[in-house]
Design a protein around this ligand. Structure first.
Ligand SMILES: Cc1cc2nc3c(=O)[nH]c(=O)nc-3n(C[C@H](O)[C@H](O)[C@H](O)COP(=O)(O)OP(=O)(O)OC[C@H]3O[C@@H](n4cnc5c(N)ncnc54)[C@H](O)[C@@H]3O)c2cc1C
Length: 409
């Protein structure tokens, strides 16, 4: 293993792999990614892979758009398929106000040259015949997004980064960090590495890793469910894959998976995981499903998509998901006294935003500033004093918000 490099990236999920890739694309190849187990071992391996363009702010849409672009580039350069299904997405308007909000985003998408339109109920039915449009006010349609296979995508990013000269070490947990003047020492189970820059892309492990440095990073994990159904006859008989569907009333997103549905739910009563520390031997694990918390959402979904009610449930995955108090990632330098320490952590939609966020961070590291301004994601925005209770309250509110847009928009 290398013992002296320009950059160490900690964490081999989709975010760490994207950072390694973008640094290499911008010419920084004296880099080493350290992963405690295997690539995708954290949340990435069990994610649904949805990569929407939809965001209430144009800048967030740039992160989403940059992600799809990044993954497609990595696919081309590595020869490793990312399993992109360009199904498009429908975000249904459940009130006239929501439809108005959707209209207000049209200029954003136009400025970014991303196809977007607000469609009526007839168009919803022609695109997604399983949706009952009775109480709907149309939908926002982004026809060129879809979903990727998160594991294949992470491997494509890692392979493309390696082809450019970056290195990766698996089964190599970082145990601690220390400073020696302007150099960082990264201590692992296989010895220490000297480096100028450290990027921490360790998701919900980041908080514990940085606590001994005096950093109180407000990152906590919730449980998050995903359900996959058996085959749905209505889907089998269709000639096209239906667009992903998101609904603020149900608080769910749902896309086609094979001939069935794959559904993700933001419950009203989120449950935290491992508040007193991530178990040391945590592997690629899932939690037992908590179906009672899902039922109110599933009942609403059956009203909206009757075919869902007819389908058997094949699998329920309940996995850990990382959150910050405002639901946005932590990107950028940690701040004074920690020069060379960067964060790329706190992603709850890391497949959707990982690639674009990595470009944002890598531009900042290599060129001294990101290629566009996005203070709402800066790593130092919460300061160092946020109490656990206050962070958890804010995360609960974010989680419950689900697919509802902020009222102020
Ligand atoms: C059920 C479910 C469905 C989801 N569906 C979607 C979706 O459709 N779209 C979407 O955008 N997001 C989705 N997500 C969220 C998504 O999975 C995460 O946002 C994303 O995987 C985060 O990527 P990451 O690289 O930040 O973290 P992770 O994938 O968790 O990677 C962090 C890595 O760091 C490593 N690590 C930690 N500590 C150390 C250390 N000390 N030394 C070395 N390595 C270390 C870990 O082993 C791990 O591999 C879903 C989540 C869940 C739970």
């Amino acid at each position: 293993m290398k013992t002296d490099v320009q950059v160490v990236v900690i964490g081999g999920g989709i975010v760490g792999a994207s950072v390694l890739y973008w640094l290499a694309r911008l010419g920084w190849t004296d880099t080493l990614l350290l992963e405690r187990r295997n690539l995708t071992s954290g949340s990435t391996w069990h994610a649904a892979g949805n990569t929407t363009y939809f965001g209430p702010y144009a800048e967030m849409t740039r992160l989403f758009a940059g992600s799809i672009r990044t993954y497609q580039q990595a696919e081309k350069e590595s020869g490793q398929s990312i399993g992109f299904h360009q199904t498009g997405s429908l975000r249904v308007a459940t009130t006239a106000r929501e439809r108005e909000q959707f209209h207000s985003f049209e200029a954003n998408y136009q400025s970014l040259d991303i196809p977007y339109r607000v469609v009526d109920n007839d168009t919803i039915e022609s695109l997604h015949p399983c949706i009952n449009t009775k109480d709907l006010f149309g939908a926002a349609h982004t026809p060129t997004d879809g979903h990727v296979d998160p594991s294949s995508t992470t491997h494509a990013l890692a392979k493309a980064a390696r082809l450019l000269g970056a290195s990766i070490e698996l089964q190599c947990p970082v145990e601690s960090l220390s400073q020696d003047g302007s150099t960082w020492l990264v201590h692992t189970n296989q010895g220490s590495i000297r480096t100028r820059h450290v990027v921490v892309a360790a998701s919900f492990w980041t908080r514990e890793l940085l606590l001994p440095l005096g950093l109180n990073t407000p990152l906590y994990a919730t449980q998050h469910h995903e359900l996959i159904t058996d085959s749905v006859p209505e889907l089998v008989s269709l000639a096209h894959e239906v667009p992903a569907y998101r609904d603020s009333y149900v608080s769910c997103s749902m896309r086609q998976e094979g001939n069935g549905f794959l559904l993700g739910v933001y419950e009203t009563d989120p449950v935290f995981w491992a508040l007193d520390g991530i178990p040391k031997d945590f592997r690629e694990e899932l939690f037992p499903p908590e179906t009672d918390r899902l039922m109110p959402h599933l009942e609403k979904l059956m009203e909206r998509v009757p075919a869902f009610g007819e389908a058997g449930i094949k699998t329920i995955n309940n996995g850990p998901m990382c959150w910050t108090p405002d639901g946005l990632p932590l990107l950028g330098p940690v701040g004074d006294g920690y020069e060379g320490l960067w964060l790329a952590s706190g992603f709850n939609v890391g497949i959707g935003t990982g690639g674009g966020s990595a470009e944002f961070l890598a531009q900042w590291m290599v060129n001294g500033k990101p290629h566009f301004d996005l203070p709402i994601v800066h790593a130092d925005r919460f300061g160092n004093d946020m109490s656990r209770e206050s962070a958890l309250d804010s995360i609960r509110a974010c989680y419950r918000q689900g697919y509802r847009l902020p009222e102020a928009i």
